[in-house]
Design a protein around this ligand. Structure first.
Ligand code: FAD
Length: 423
């Protein structure tokens, strides 16, 4: 264990960095988390390979036909809305070339309040972000129909002109293709560090798949299948989206509208809306009840929306179901993977006294990183976490403050649980 001058959070500093010489990186997972980080590293000159159990990118959570770049602001100065604001600002620039090339649409996102609490929060949000009208502005009821194209009944709404929707699967594919990153199909069962070769060895059920200096685990909830990241407190939450036919009136919708759920403007005569939340359901089969839930949530979002959509027949509804990977604090997990056993030993004193000053730097597994826990906002968070990880691996200065990087740090749960004497 190495020591330094006391800082409030020494566990987030790496005590044992292993120098990188060959710059080979393997990313496990070809969803939006894996593809964005692969691209960010390739742009920095790393030799990057992506491994996925499917033969194409964006086959699981990142496989929906459309995903919204969602905002999640708050009138309070909490870490979550601060990270979210940084993420959506970064994401709106990041996706510009995709939108310019015709993937998805930067049509703007309009958020209508779900209840009285949201209504009063929105007033405070518009005051708080009054100097950032290029990112968010409040639209009064009288202007809502002209702006959105549909006769919304909301009193007012928050409008994010720089956001929109994207087809996540195509974005994943483009990220690999445009950056010339190979995708190997393999279901990785485990990884081991070969000390003598300073290499990670990734194996499937039968054989060694690849040896690599640096590994980034971006396999969403399945991070839990690897011993190194099994303890991360991730949850798997099923979600189903519904695609429904547009009507003459609903085809005038110009932007994504969010509230109880979201709905996209019609594309090829279909709106996309969603998504449901099911904690204990692990099937990707579509369920009629979930389509009905989505339609009910659209109606609850705004009666004006329900009116223009009419009543689509069951047979006209299609969709897709998959799984989010969520964390208890709703923030992603991005950074180096702690050496859990060493950390538990080094910081054991926190169990007795959570405020005990610590001087030991954190123990981390050599050149092993994780990028997961994107929850319902992978499109918003992944470009930023990818950039942060790539900057860290390339020893560059991060684009985000230390405090916000630490809010997404993989070691935060270990330290929290030690302080609460739970582990
Ligand atoms: C119904 C629904 C609607 C959603 N809507 C939105 C939205 O509108 N906007 C938004 O931002 N987000 C939305 N989300 C969330 C978003 O889809 C996720 O946050 C995002 O896709 C997560 O990306 P990921 O790369 O972390 O995970 P994934 O896309 O699941 O990628 C993980 C990859 O790892 C691979 N993998 C796993 N284990 C292994 C292994 N052992 N070996 C090899 N490969 C492995 C998998 O095959 C998979 O391709 C939605 C999610 C759902 C389910």
């Amino acid at each position: 264990m190495s020591k330094q001058q006391p800082t409030a959070t020494p566990w987030f500093e790496t005590a044992n960095p292993i120098p990188r010489s060959r710059k080979t990186v393997t990313v496990i997972g070809a969803g939006i988390s894996g593809c964005t980080v692969a691209a960010a590293l390739k742009k920095r000159g790393f030799d990057v390979t992506v491994v996925d159990r499917h033969n194409h990118a964006g086959a699981e959570a990142s496989g929906n036909p459309e995903g919204i770049v969602y905002p999640k602001l708050s009138p309070r100065d909490d870490l979550l809305p601060r990270v979210n604001l940084a993420a959506i600002q970064f994401a709106s620039d990041y996706y510009q070339p995709f939108w310019d090339s015709g993937l998805g649409r930067q049509c703007g996102v309009l958020v209508v309040p779900e209840n009285d609490k949201a209504r009063s929060d929105f007033k405070l949000i518009s005051q708080r972000y009054a100097d950032q009208t290029e990112m968010v502005e409040t639209i009064a009821h009288d202007h809502l129909e002209e702006l959105s194209g549909v006769p919304l009944q909301a009193e007012s709404a928050l409008y994010f002109p720089k956001l929109g929707w994207l087809p996540p699967q195509l974005v994943c594919e483009q990220l690999l293709k445009l950056n010339d990153i190979p995708l190997i199909q393999a279901d990785i069962q485990g990884l081991e560090y070969a000390q003598d070769q300073a290499n990670w060895q990734l194996r499937d059920a039968k054989q060694l798949v690849i040896e690599t200096e640096t590994v980034i685990i971006a396999s969403a909830f399945d991070c839990k299948q690897f011993s190194q990241t099994a303890y991360l407190p991730l949850r798997k939450i099923r979600g189903q989206i519904t695609q429904l036919p547009c009507t003459v009136e609903s085809s005038k919708m110009k932007m994504v509208i969010c509230g109880e759920c979201y709905i996209t403007p019609a594309e090829n005569s279909l709106h996309g809306c969603g998504a449901t939340y099911n904690k204990d359901l692990f099937t990707t089969e579509l369920r009629d009840i979930d389509h009905q839930t989505n339609l009910a949530q659209i109606a609850a979002t705004d009666a004006g929306l329900a009116a223009v959509l009419g009543q689509p027949s069951n047979e006209s509804l299609t969709g897709r179901a998959n799984f989010r990977c969520t964390t208890s604090d709703y923030l992603p997990i991005a950074g180096p993977v702690p050496n859990r056993a060493a950390m538990l030993e080094d910081y054991a004193a926190l169990r007795r006294d959570a405020k005990m000053p610590m001087t030991s730097l954190g123990a981390y597994l050599p050149n092993l990183y994780v990028n997961c826990g994107m929850g319902s906002r992978g499109l918003s968070y992944a470009p930023l976490t990818a950039e942060l990880l790539a900057a860290e691996i390339a020893s560059e200065t991060p684009v985000l403050s230390k405090e916000l990087c630490q809010a997404m740090h993989p070691a935060r749960f270990l330290i929290r649980d030690l302080k609460r004497n739970r582990i």
